[in-house]
Design a protein. Structure first.
Ligand code: SF4
Ligand code: FES
Length: 317
């Protein structure tokens, strides 16, 4: 595969041709990486839904240096040799990201104080960085009653931003998908065929991929704010998945089990429902040690590794 050079926010990087602008930016890392609300590297075909990753292509390529006429979704646009991209260095991109944030919040309730996703919600982070203090809309938000999707997952459709990640998890990880997006436009909603429960070994991953609090773990709901829990890497021998998880503990009690996420909030491995829902005893797991949350998050505020303090000399004795 041939290599191409692309410049993003004045930083040059070399990547394989066919790489998206987003993944080229991820190769650079840091602030030049656009936010993603729908793209998920482990889910084939994801991206192109939320527009939060829009960037400006100031130069198309060395061969054709014309700029692209509109902002493009970086998760869906491949780099060309000599391409020049602007993300945080473009006021136009920043202005559009603010507008996209406002658009994603159009129907989203501001119920972070009671939402289990608070503290690890990507939309909360996006709103913090780009949101407006006030809403400019007067229209009523669309509302749905919360429903159970099986006995372990709760769907709060009010909070859904229709990123399609959960649908892709069901499509790509399980044999039989029984839920999807029903309706079109303003009537679109995540739903199951009639009231069919989602019942397969990997359905719990929908909770982990949901960027907002639309899909939550019923075994954890309202037990604790996430920043009061302490994450630990742990593993067990599991015949269905890698068995590598994060245990979220309060004191000695395991309140929640999730997959391990990288700095972009994406799962390293999909885990099975047995590990996630059925093993909440310390004796079920080999605990490896405290989990560092790489993504900037309120959870990291709750730092709990032991700090060895220097001894204080008592000069009075
Ligand atoms: S429920 Fe969550 S993962 Fe599914 S489409 Fe809505 S926001 Fe995305
Ligand atoms: S992350 Fe690119 S459009 Fe959603």
């Amino acid at each position: 595969m041939s290599l191409v050079k692309v410049t993003i926010d004045n930083i040059e990087v070399e990547v394989e041709s066919g790489t998206t602008i987003l993944n080229a930016a991820r190769k650079i890392g840091g602030a030049v990486v656009p936010p993603t609300m729908c793209y998920y590297s482990k889910l084939e075909g994801s991206g192109g839904k939320c527009r939060s990753c829009l960037v400006k292509v100031a130069q198309g390529s060395t061969k054709d240096p014309r700029p692209m006429p509109k902002l493009v979704a970086s998760c869906r646009t491949a780099v060309m040799d000599g391409m020049v991209v602007q993300n945080i260095t473009s006021p136009e991109v920043m202005e559009n990201r603010r507008a996209i944030t406002e658009f994603l919040l159009l129907n989203h309730p501001l119920d972070c104080p009671v939402c289990d996703q608070a503290g690890e919600c990507h939309l909360q982070d996006l709103s913090y960085e780009h949101g407006l203090v006030d809403t400019e809309t007067v229209e009523e938000r669309r509302t749905f009653a919360p429903i159970d999707i099986g006995d372990k997952i709760k769907l709060h459709m009010n909070r859904c931003i229709l990123c399609y990640r959960c649908v892709m998890v069901a499509d790509q990880l399980t044999d039989q998908r029984v839920h999807g997006v029903l309706g079109r436009g303003d009537h679109s909603e995540i739903s199951t065929h009639i009231t069919k429960a989602i019942d397969n070994d990997f359905s719990g991953n929908m909770i982990d991929v949901c960027p907002v609090g639309a899909l939550t773990d019923k075994t954890f709901r309202f037990k604790s704010r996430v920043w009061f829990t302490k994450p630990f890497d742990a593993h067990r021998d599991c015949p269905k998945c890698s068995g590598k998880v994060v245990l979220w503990k309060k004191g000695d009690e395991i309140l929640r089990v999730t997959g391990r996420k990288d700095k972009y909030g994406e799962l390293e491995d999909f885990i099975c429902n047995d590990c996630r829902f059925e093993h909440k005893e310390n004796t079920d797991w080999t605990i490896e040690g405290p989990r560092k949350i790489e993504r900037h998050s309120v959870i990291s505020q709750n730092h709990y590794e032991k700090i060895s303090k220097p001894e204080i000399q008592d000069n009075n004795s």
